[in-house]
Design a protein around this ligand. Structure first.
Ligand SMILES: Cc1cc2nc3c(=O)[nH]c(=O)nc-3n(C[C@H](O)[C@H](O)[C@H](O)COP(=O)(O)OP(=O)(O)OC[C@H]3O[C@@H](n4cnc5c(N)ncnc54)[C@H](O)[C@@H]3O)c2cc1C
Length: 118
């Protein structure tokens, strides 16, 4: 199965999620993520008071108008849980690939999901 991979993406932060979304319809994509969830910086950094120092809306993906319209950032400068929630929301909607532990099983599961998505 691994010989069918076209693109390997390392990390399911905001960049990695976008890359998976961008490429998975045309290519067999796998995404390795060391964490147990998506969001990258906003998955790992959970210290009290962690929040953005740019407007939350700057984190919104612009590739889907419906997503743009439906998502309401609760605060101008949102806190870590809201960034992580948004990353999970986007992953659920657009990222057909499962992400998770970088184990060989997950790798194969991920390929299987990608292959079934196009
Ligand atoms: C505390 C904090 C606050 C920040 N606040 C802001 C802000 O307000 N505004 C702003 O613009 N930017 C801010 N940043 C920068 C922030 O990192 C970026 O905005 C953006 O979230 C980075 O996304 P990314 O997907 O490029 O990388 P990351 O979010 O760093 O994601 C990379 C992912 O790759 C995974 N990974 C790396 N190596 C491997 C490997 N070998 N195998 C598997 N997985 C791997 C990591 O586990 C991680 O999940 C902040 C950063 C920090 C740390």
């Amino acid at each position: 199965m691994t010989e069918n991979v076209d693109i390997v993406i390392i990390g399911a932060g905001f960049s990695g999620l976008y890359a998976v979304h961008k490429f998975h319809e045309k290519y067999n994509v796998v995404c390795f993520e060391a964490g147990d969830g998506v969001g990258g910086t906003w998955y790992w950094n959970r210290y009290p008071g962690a929040r953005v120092d740019i407007e939350s809306v700057e984190y919104s993906y612009g590739f889907d108008e419906e997503l743009q319209q439906e998502w309401k950032w609760p605060e101008y400068f949102s806190a870590q849980p809201d960034l992580e929630r948004y990353a999970n929301h986007v992953a659920g909607l657009f990222v057909a690939c499962a992400v998770g532990h970088s184990t060989i099983n997950q790798f194969q599961n991920c390929i299987a999901l990608c292959e079934s998505s196009h």
